[in-house]
Design a protein around this ligand. Structure first.
Ligand code: PMP
Ligand code: GLN
Length: 378
């Protein structure tokens, strides 16, 4: 069998979650909360189902939800996306990203990705027949290196994918970074896919710099987000794409054939729930508390802590703790210490090993404390 994705196996998140389950380890690997969402949200879904909202919604999403998304983006970032033709509800960010890529990337087109990057990007580009152009984030700090990005741009570049707050490094792009990107892309026709799934998890008083804030970026951007992250419902798989009408039209051509529509009652519930901005406005403080609790515990180990400016991830340098490579270390940590983590090499095409692993702190305080008790011996 000639396979389309010969280099692809099962995702590291699935592998490490299975190992954690098998060994009884505390699972700080795969990124998902171990606490429930707001019961109101569950009630709203049940109510929508009982009202009979159980058939196909409009292809682009329930209008009330698209209106709510439009209002939120305008309130936070000052850019108006028309609910009618500029916002599309998706089956999570994963489907949003592959759909945007399939909508714009033609065979042979180059697409720039900044490594380390989320594991779906590269196979998505390959499935579209695109050529992946990998540009490393600055080693050590994981900040964008605009000279290297500029050097990677060519007349064949069709799109660039960015992600802030960043999975896995937990860095956050500054306003300066976004302005720099805007300046670089200004003389080009390059599309931007801006993965902003952790948009509401930015710490220490920083502000999320959505591409929506920068007119020169917004005009070429597919902005992707996920309700899974924002409302602690990763299993519901609902997200959205905001993009100018011409781009949204191309997006919807693919969307109507790879998913067509997204879960109706959940969309109605999310539309109602979004009327109150408090849950997402409270999210930075909610996760900053968990980050600080987790970092304070890790500070008592020989792990070297990297910054965590946003997202729900914390990376650590393992070199004082072990001589193992990071992938072996993640296995060892899960089996012998009872805490699962993700090696950063999983986010690189060539498996680059810099002796760093990622923990997810979207967990009950008691889970974090249990993990820290086990890590205390390191
Ligand atoms: N992008 C990034 C950076 C992510 O971390 C995730 C979630 N793991 C996704 C996209 C996918 O989000 P969703 O679960 O909504 O498909
Ligand atoms: N985004 C999550 C992470 O980075 C995992 C999602 C998945 O399992 N595909 O851990």
């Amino acid at each position: 069998l000639q396979t389309k994705l010969p280099a692809v196996g099962t995702t590291i998140f699935t592998v490490m979650s299975a190992l954690a389950a098998e060994t009884g380890a505390v699972n700080l690997g795969q990124g998902f909360p171990d606490f429930n969402c707001d019961p109101k949200l569950v009630n709203d879904v049940t109510a929508a189902m009982q009202q009979g909202l159980n058939q196909y919604p409009p292809m682009a999403g329930v209008p009330a939800l698209r209106e709510a998304i439009s209002r939120k983006i305008e309130a936070l970032h000052g850019h108006h996306y028309r609910a009618a033709d500029e916002i599309t509800v998706t089956a999570g960010a994963t489907q949003a990203i592959i759909t945007a890529i399939l909508a714009i990337v033609r065979p042979g087109d180059e697409v720039i990705v900044l490594e380390p990057c989320y594991d779906s990007y590269v196979p998505n580009i390959e499935l579209a027949g695109g050529v992946v152009v990998r540009v490393p984030l600055t080693p050590g700090t994981f900040r964008p290196d605009f000279d290297r990005i500029a050097a990677a741009m060519s007349p064949r570049t069709r799109a660039i994918l960015i992600n802030s707050p960043h999975n896995p490094s937990a860095t956050v792009w500054s306003q300066q970074d976004m302005l720099r990107l805007q300046e670089l892309l200004a003389p080009t026709d390059i599309f931007l896919i801006s993965d902003e799934v952790y948009e509401h998890m930015v710490f220490d008083g920083q502000t999320h710099q959505s591409a929506a804030r920068f007119p020169g970026l917004a005009a070429r951007a597919f902005i992707v987000s996920s309700f899974g992250k924002t409302y602690h419902v990763t299993g519901w798989k609902v997200g959205y794409v905001a993009a100018p009408a011409a781009l949204s039209a191309e997006f919807r051509k693919v969307h109507q054939f790879n998913v067509f529509t997204v879960n109706t009652p959940v969309q109605h519930a999310l539309a109602q729930y979004m009327a109150d901005p408090k849950p997402y406005l409270d999210l930075p403080a909610f996760y900053q508390h968990k980050r600080d609790l987790f970092r304070a515990g890790l500070a008592r180990t020989r792990f070297k802590l990297l910054p965590s400016e946003g997202s729900y991830f914390q990376c650590v340098d393992i070199s004082e703790v072990s001589d193992l490579g990071e992938a072996d270390f993640a296995q060892w940590l899960t089996r012998e210490i009872g805490v699962a983590a993700i090696p950063l090499s999983a986010f690189y095409g060539d498996g680059f090993d810099q002796r760093v692993v990622r923990f997810c702190f979207a967990k009950k305080d008691e889970t974090l404390i249990a993990a820290l008790d086990r890590l205390a011996k390191l």
